[in-house]
Write a new protein. Sequence first.
Length: 294
Amino acid sequence: MSTTAPTSELSPRTDERGPTGQTIATVERAADVLMYFAEQRAATLGVTEVATALGLSKAAVHRILTSLRGRSLIELDESSRRYSLGLGAMKLGMAYLERIDVRSVARPELVALSERTVETATLSVRSGWTRSYIDQVTPRRELIMSVTLGVPYPLHAGASSKAFLAFLSDEEVDHYLAQPVLDRLTAATVATAPALRREIAEIRERGYARSTAERQTGAASVAAPILDQNDRPIAVISVSGPTDRFTDEADACSAALLQTVRRLSERFGHQPAAAVPALGDEGASAAASGMAAG
């Protein structure tokens, strides 16, 4: 007849004073060290810097860094004796980014942004030299803006489009603006290379784009990009409303929008070098009582 030993004799203690508790504390310290490296702008860090910042002894930090090096999460520059994130850390980050879906991640932020501004919040993604709306949240009010999902628009027409274009590389911008003809979607569409270059410079400087009736007559908007770890635009979020009403709301909507895209950009690994301003889009079509306006 077999007997079963008491659980306490078969497994380590799980309170913080026992082996399991000590292991958890060690893992937490190692995670703190790894996250500290990820959050710093400096390419390399020394043991003393890390120990001072995290309130740990240099001996403890050295042991942790040695363990992390064993998993390629941290690398050591033998000449300077300074440490940096390793290939293993990059693999973890890339695995996360490959699995993250921008629409599902952005959805709660779109809802919150629309509720805060009481205007329509949209999400766009780029495909080649066009971009399309893939999601929107409309407010509960009589006169609203609505967009058609999935329709491609050129990268120079409207705030969402310009927010994409402005944050591409200079080479990509040059290539796009070299087109012999830039189509006008409305009479207000900016469709000359010199004018667009001036606007791109302004968008890059303040961090957002604005548009009034450039994609859709009667619509005005602000838009800004969600950036990845390489400062590349993954998607663009905009806030839009009827032109007459939105003129007075643009600044407040831009401020709310910037907070939103900063949070989302952080989710995708972006670390801003400095404070970033507001945004601008256009592309929403006016709608009364949920019906698209003409």
